[in-house]
Ligand binder design. Structure first.
Ligand SMILES: NC(=O)c1ccc[n+]([C@@H]2O[C@H](COP(=O)([O-])OP(=O)(O)OC[C@H]3O[C@@H](n4cnc5c(N)ncnc54)[C@H](OP(=O)(O)O)[C@@H]3O)[C@@H](O)[C@H]2O)c1
Length: 323
């Protein structure tokens, strides 16, 4: 399989490439925008700014992959709010340009979306629930999902992720060390507790209080399955268990053999709230993964499995075995 990955220096993209490279039958091409990978890589890198749809078509027609997995996106809510037009070009126009280029060469297109297409108020959402995003990021992802579904003759799958944590294998300097209003706190908690420091977990206002935390390497597994599948539509490729913010932090601490008293609940940081003023964060996500697991032949890891695997990856990486 010839696989074209966008966002290859990102958290999800770098894990995808790593897993795909471990499967000898996969040839990888990765678009590259910002920083160069920190290590010499054994796959083809194509410098590409996805804010230009013309570049996208040219790149896809040049490589003619069997599958494109489109992970590249901004996840910076403040930047997107302050740069609406450029954000739309990167998030929406680029997605449609990749989809059209894939259709032109009969390639499969896998679009990476998010649980934030929901408002976080419905008790249980499924792959078929109507979206109701509460912020610009979620709106753009929902627009893409709908537009892909409306395209004739497109071989596509949407893989939704949620609260992704883990190691960045392309540019470790980009590791997300800070807590966010979202659910990406795995590295933050691991770094705090392995140094014997208290991890202060924001518990509101305006934080994502419940989600399906997803180990990046496990999201790669699910997205590669979606790439190899020919099913059309939306799939929940996120962790199979919905959990609370504090419970997840405690699970990470436990995986690193730390006492749970190193996890402390605190109000959301005032500065973070000020910076994000006017940006609403979905409160909770609890979603079904039954349909996706049945189609993809596997359910993603639950919280205990994911945090245990994260610890193993962390140890291997810091021993120099994971690079
Ligand atoms: N992280 C989460 O918790 C989460 C949750 C749900 C869904 N998702 C989705 O998962 C996907 C991957 O997220 P991630 O966490 O891996 O994000 P990430 O680490 O920030 O990676 C995003 C990638 O997009 C690339 N990119 C941004 N602007 C670009 C441009 N103009 N041209 C080309 N590439 C560009 C970035 O390249 P540079 O680094 O070079 O700028 C980066 O490699 C996204 O679609 C995101 O919406 C993530």
């Amino acid at each position: 399989m010839k696989l074209y990955v966008t966002g290859g220096t990102g958290l999800v993209g770098s894990n995808l490439i790593r897993l795909a490279r471990a499967q000898n039958s996969v040839e990888v091409i990765a678009s590259q925008f910002g920083p160069q990978p920190e290590w010499t890589v054994d796959y083809e890198l194509d410098p590409l700014d996805i804010s230009d749809a013309g570049f996208i078509r040219r790149s896809i027609l040049k490589y003619r992959p069997d599958v494109v997995i489109h992970t590249a996106a901004s996840v910076d809510q403040v930047w997107m709010r302050n740069n609406r037009e450029l954000a739309w070009a990167i998030m929406v126009d680029s997605t449609m340009a990749f989809a059209r280029a894939c259709r032109e060469i009969n390639a499969r297109f896998v679009f990476v979306s998010t649980d934030w297409v929901f408002d976080g108020l419905v008790p249980l959402v499924t792959e078929f629930s109507p979206p109701l995003p509460v912020n610009y990021y979620g709106i753009m992802k929902a627009v893409c999902e709908q537009a892909l579904g409306a395209m004739d003759d497109l071989n596509y799958g949407v893989g939704r992720l949620a609260g992704v944590y883990g190691l960045n294998y392309a540019v470790p300097a980009l590791l997300r060390r800070e807590q966010s209003l979202g659910f990406e706190m795995g590295v933050f908690v691991a770094e705090q507790v392995t140094r014997g420091r208290v991890a202060e977990i924001w518990t509101g206002p305006n934080t994502n209080m419940q989600a399906h935390p997803t180990l990046a390497s496990d999201s790669a597994n699910m997205l590669l399955r979606l790439a190899r599948n020919d099913a059309t539509g939306i799939f929940h490729c996120f962790g199979s268990e919905s959990t609370g913010r504090l419970d997840f932090a405690r699970a990470v601490a436990s995986a690193f053999d730390a006492e749970s008293n190193l996890i402390a609940a605190v109000p959301t940081d005032a500065k973070a709230l000020e910076v994000h003023a006017g940006i609403q964060i979905p409160f909770r996500t609890c979603a079904s993964v039954e349909h996706s697991s049945a189609v993809l032949g596997r359910r993603a890891l639950n919280v205990a499995e994911g945090t245990a695997a994260f610890r193993e990856e962390w140890d291997a990486f810091h021993d120099g075995r994971g690079s």
